[in-house]
Design a protein around this ligand. Structure first.
Ligand SMILES: Nc1nc2c(ncn2[C@@H]2O[C@H](COP(=O)(O)OP(=O)(O)OP(=O)(O)O)[C@@H](O)[C@H]2O)c(=O)[nH]1
Ligand SMILES: [Zn+2]
Length: 212
């Protein structure tokens, strides 16, 4: 049942848990931290590190737990309220922190997301935009998929008149290594509904979301 259906049954405001498993993705299973620790030890040894050194003894365990933390999304409650006043202008939450791992190198990409929507019958608790970004960021990702899945998920749960997501991030796989292009930032956007179809709404959203 989505937020709209729950609200219609239970009254003006509703809260229900959004579990990571509602997020479509590829190849997720349970995390086996002990197996990850053994694999991290093998990897670090293959890279020439001496894991008997006292400073490195616990490194495989730390590495496994850190990667598990970065790839295991947390459940949260999605709270929506009746849009009693019929508020129909843009709501935009800017500068939501983004921290994720690129699925190609398993190196971090970090930046900000700007998430906006045009309400219809329901409005969303403001903190839930940041939680929604975090839900989709805590997994090996591409920036494009992160941007689109946040927008699609909001559209599905909230049924707004329009939704838009802009993500701006630095990919350490191309700034610290490889192309070594420090200072490059990648911008992606997804706009749906009226924010996509109505040129002035779209322009307003993109102007506000892309303002440095
Ligand atoms: N489209 C997209 N590409 C990404 C993202 N994160 C990393 N990449 C790219 O994935 C590509 C992987 O390319 P490969 O040629 O297989 O990997 P590589 O040999 O390590 O390439 P270099 O990074 O160019 O050294 C690179 O161009 C990365 O910059 C992302 O979020 N979106
Ligand atoms: Zn990468």
């Amino acid at each position: 049942m989505n937020a709209i259906a729950v609200a219609e049954e239970t009254g003006a405001s509703t809260t229900y848990p959004l579990r990571p498993r509602v997020v479509p993705d590829h190849g997720r299973g349970d995390v086996d931290v002990e197996a990850a620790e053994r694999a991290a030890a093998d990897l670090l040894t293959a890279l020439g590190l001496d894991l008997t050194h006292e400073n490195l003894v616990d490194t495989p365990g730390r590495m496994a737990r850190a990667l598990a933390e970065l790839t295991r999304p947390e459940e949260f409650d999605l709270t929506t309220f009746a849009n009693d006043e019929g508020y129909d202008e843009l709501v935009l939450v800017r500068d939501i922190p983004v921290r994720s791992l690129c699925e190609h190198h398993m190196l971090p990409f970090v930046g900000v997301a700007h998430v906006g929507y045009l309400p219809d019958r329901r409005i969303l608790g403001l903190s839930k935009f940041a939680r929604m970004v975090e839900l989709h960021a805590r997994r090996p990702q591409t920036q494009e998929r992160l941007t689109k899945t946040v927008a699609d998920h909001l559209e599905r749960e909230l049924r707004p008149a329009g939704v838009g997501v802009v993500v701006e991030a630095e990919h350490t796989c191309m700034t610290l290594r490889g192309a070594r292009a420090p200072g490059t930032r990648t911008l992606t956007s997804t706009v749906l509904g009226r924010l996509r179809e109505d040129p002035s709404s779209r322009a307003e959203f993109l102007a506000l979301a892309r303002r440095p």
